[in-house]
Design a protein around this ligand. Structure first.
Ligand code: ZN
Length: 244
């Protein structure tokens, strides 16, 4: 099967319609134009860009001034959540006009900070890494992370994710349970199991799955697993790592 030819090198794209060779080059050429101000985060983002085999694997440094209408939403156990609009939207493919073609510009996104993430970068990076590792291509049931930004005032780093208008599945069911059809309810169960399947297929366990860590996107009848902060490889031995 032919997955379209790359317009630049004229070789065949991979099955996800992505030319790794050309796209790696474009990302690399842009490394000099951005920095998060933290070497570990820079390296982490760069690594995801260089190893990406489809657009969903790409993380970006998202400058704070690319976000607007930023609004505080809630405080979680580990940090704060805001909603905002992202001017650019996420990278989809390279176009022939020498720039990235993007989707969903000016869409709502969620910004999730970890308290003191200016210092706690390894935990912060690990949570995002788990999101990336747990998702198979086009697995919508595990939420993806678009990139990382930094609040210029608190200096806290924040992950940028799709915004779930309805909040958690708990909050959504509290309001809408009686209006939902059985078909929709079974659909939600299916999303949760397929999200878990994707996590497990990638050798991971979530370790904190509950209805508050499942987000509801009611307008498309979709739920997604989130909060991967405690997610670990399946062979992780908690007794050898008492801190976690
Ligand atoms: Zn190419």
């Amino acid at each position: 099967m032919i997955y379209k030819i790359c317009k630049e090198c004229e070789k065949e794209n991979n099955k996800n319609r992505w030319c790794k060779e050309c796209n790696t080059k474009h990302f690399q050429q842009n490394f000099k134009n951005w920095t998060s101000g933290n070497n570990d985060i820079d390296k982490f983002i760069q690594d995801t860009q260089l190893s990406a085999t489809n657009y969903e694997k790409v993380l970006e440094w998202i400058p704070y001034n690319k976000l607007y209408d930023i609004e505080y939403i809630a405080k979680g156990g580990f940090g704060k959540v805001y909603k905002a609009k992202w001017i650019d939207g996420y990278i989809r493919s390279w176009d022939i006009n020498e720039n990235w073609k993007r989707d969903c510009s000016n869409w709502l996104v969620a910004l999730k900070s970890l308290n003191n993430s200016e210092n706690v970068t390894s935990e912060f990076i690990n949570e995002i890494k788990m999101h990336c590792m747990a998702r198979e291509y086009q697995t919508v049931s595990v939420i993806r992370v678009y990139g990382i930004t930094q609040d210029p005032e608190t200096k806290n780093y924040m992950m940028v994710l799709p915004y779930a208008e309805d909040g958690s599945l708990r909050a959504y069911l509290d309001k809408n349970y009686h209006e939902l059809s059985w078909e929709t309810k079974i659909g939600y169960l299916h999303h949760i199991t397929s999200g878990l399947k994707s996590i497990h297929n990638n050798g991971l366990t979530h370790r904190d799955l509950h209805i508050g860590n499942i987000l509801s996107f009611g307008f498309v009848s979709q739920v997604m697993i989130t909060d991967m902060g405690l997610c670990k490889p399946a062979d992780y031995n908690a007794s050898e790592n008492p801190k976690n």
